[in-house]
Design a protein around this ligand. Sequence first.
Ligand code: PGA
Length: 260
Amino acid sequence: MRTGRLLLGTNWKMNKTIRESVDYTRRLLGLLDRFDRSDAVQVFVIPPYTAIEAVKRASEGRLWVGAQNMHWAERGAYTGEISALMLQELGVDLVELGHAERRRYFNETDADVNRKVHTALQYGFKPLVCVGEQLEDKRRGIGKETVKNQVRTIFANVETDCAPRLIVAYEPVWAIGAEHADVGIEYVREMQAYIRTSLEEMLGRSAAAMVTVIYGGDVNLRNAATLVSESGTDGLFVGRAAWEAENFAELIRASLKAIG
Ligand code: PGA
């Protein structure tokens, strides 16, 4: 991966006021101060839009701060949307695109995500793109084909020199928000390897090797260490288990220990 560091991040979804977000950020930084090897990880948080500016300031440059979505156009008649130009002003480091909840509730497609990826790259952000199969795809034995098709559409016409800025989060949709999804290390390893192969077809072998591929979907304190040490992932993307600063810090500590 690009930084050589383990990438550990959390999407807060539609949670936390500005005050709660700043409090979380300060507590998390305080806890990270106590870890010996905190430079071995790059931590990121993705607050709701309203809290991005405050979190960015509170993070003192030590965390990457992201947005949960973004429109592909710079400006225009798109009521309720937020553009790259607006996010650039807040100093966001990355933009999460194509999360399963965006696809499910807001009908976002791979073609939409492709347009957004191009805009994100143009504005200097790291696009953090979510891909993953539905349970039905897995049952029908077309999980790999599904993620390959997603990768093909989403990264269409992306220049190879952008590869070091690309982050792909492999998130099996059936594991997101599930209790004990029990995805299995071998399964994660296989799917992530397949994503890399799909990226190689798009970008060529050496550029694909520079893309960061992380895992998300029911990541928690019980499975984090095994995931980072045995699945070959470049990092973890966490929801519920990281919504309290103390819990996220514990998960970071366990992951650091696991990579030795
Ligand atoms: P979860 O969410 O960790 O709560 O399963 C993951 C996600 O939505 O990315």
